[in-house]
Design a protein around this ligand. Structure first.
Ligand code: ASP
Length: 330
């Protein structure tokens, strides 16, 4: 029987992390070359042919436009190559949320594209990376994984990149998923999807941009004033995401400054600094009057990625930006 052929795109992160010893706290993310990782994985006897391509060897806190461009191009090539079953991207967990959502917004929901990371370095006692990787291979090898958008495999769970976020700094069960929970449970011995693929045949929602604009996240805090908003506009931010209190609230002076920004053509999206929950329009904040956009289910990190993609595609009008956050095609 022929094995599925999987393109493995390495970016570094803790899954490729190397420490001073198996019990040391300090380690270097991306210390391990992808080639070495693949050699280690060969010992697992996975039923897949893995073809590696190293995009970067960095901690994902340093990821940005050059790596995203390379990942998007490699995924686009893999989607068009009939010999390739799917893609696994090894990635740091700090920004897996951003990379996963960016690719989800800009790639068709065809073959499976799975991000995988680890919370413990590859050479640490109780390392989780090999298991997560074996689980990712299992997911990509399953025809039922197609048509679900970009996925994240961590902690024996499969999460949609649209929903996933890092919610713990060091626990191996570090990811949460909102508004949907995990969409499948996976172990090296089994894979159970909790529902059918619902994005089969869906094309890319947005064109891949030429570049991404500067969009900042402003976290609201009690007693703050409007000067930080002015500072962000002063450094040329093309959009602002408010990580507001509760359902996207902020002191009146801050909302006033954000409304001025919106009136000057800088789109402003209200998200929340709260772990989880919907931010709806016109609840305590009069979005209609202030020209603001409600992030709905997207937390600040994902709201920023969507806003960057929208602005890069020339979409800055508040109603159109809101439509995109509502999940509509614009
Ligand atoms: N700082 C690391 C990274 O994101 C953490 C990890 O991978 O878990 O690359």
């Amino acid at each position: 029987m022929t094995h599925p052929r999987i393109l493995v795109l390495g970016t570094g992160g803790t899954i490729a992390g190397a420490g001073a010893s198996a019990t040391a706290a300090a380690y270097q993310p991306g210390g391990l070359a992808l080639e070495t990782m693949l050699a280690n994985l060969a010992a697992l006897g996975l039923a897949a042919d893995l073809a590696g391509q190293e995009v970067a060897r960095i901690g994902s806190q340093d990821i940005g436009w050059p790596e995203w461009q390379a990942l998007h191009a490699a995924c686009t090539g893999a989607l068009a190559d009939p010999a390739i079953t799917g893609v696994i991207i090894t990635h740091g967990t700090d920004t897996a949320e951003e990379t996963g959502f960016l690719l989800d917004l800009t790639l068709p929901a065809g073959k499976p594209i799975v991000l995988v990371g680890a919370m413990r370095p590859a050479d640490a006692v109780g390392a989780d990376g090999m298991r997560n990787f074996a689980n990712a291979v299992r997911v990509v090898s399953d025809p039922a994984a197609a048509g679900r958008g970009v996925l994240l495999v961590m902690g024996d769970a499969v999460l949609a990149a649209r929903d996933a976020r890092k919610a713990a700094t060091s626990s191996i069960d570090a990811f949460k998923s909102f508004p949907r929970g995990a969409i499948a449970r996976v172990t090296p011995a089994g894979l159970d999807w909790f529902g059918p693929a619902h994005r089969v045949g869906e094309s890319a929602r947005f064109n891949w941009p030429q570049s991404l604009p500067r969009v900042a996240i402003l976290t609201a805090g009690a007693g703050m004033d409007e000067q930080p908003v002015k500072a962000l506009l002063g450094i040329g931010c093309k959009g602002v995401v408010l990580a507001g209190m509760g359902q996207g609230n902020a002191p009146a002076c801050v909302l006033g400054a954000l409304a001025n920004a919106a009136a000057s053509g800088v789109p402003v999206v209200r998200s929340t600094r709260v772990d989880e929950g919907i931010v709806d329009r016109n609840v305590e904040v009069d979005d209609d009057a202030l020209g603001l956009v409600a992030a709905r289910a997207l937390g600040p990190a994902k709201a920023r990625m969507l806003l960057m993609v929208l602005i890069a595609n020339g979409i800055t009008d508040a109603a159109q930006v809101q439509a995109a956050f509502d999940g509509e095609k614009v």
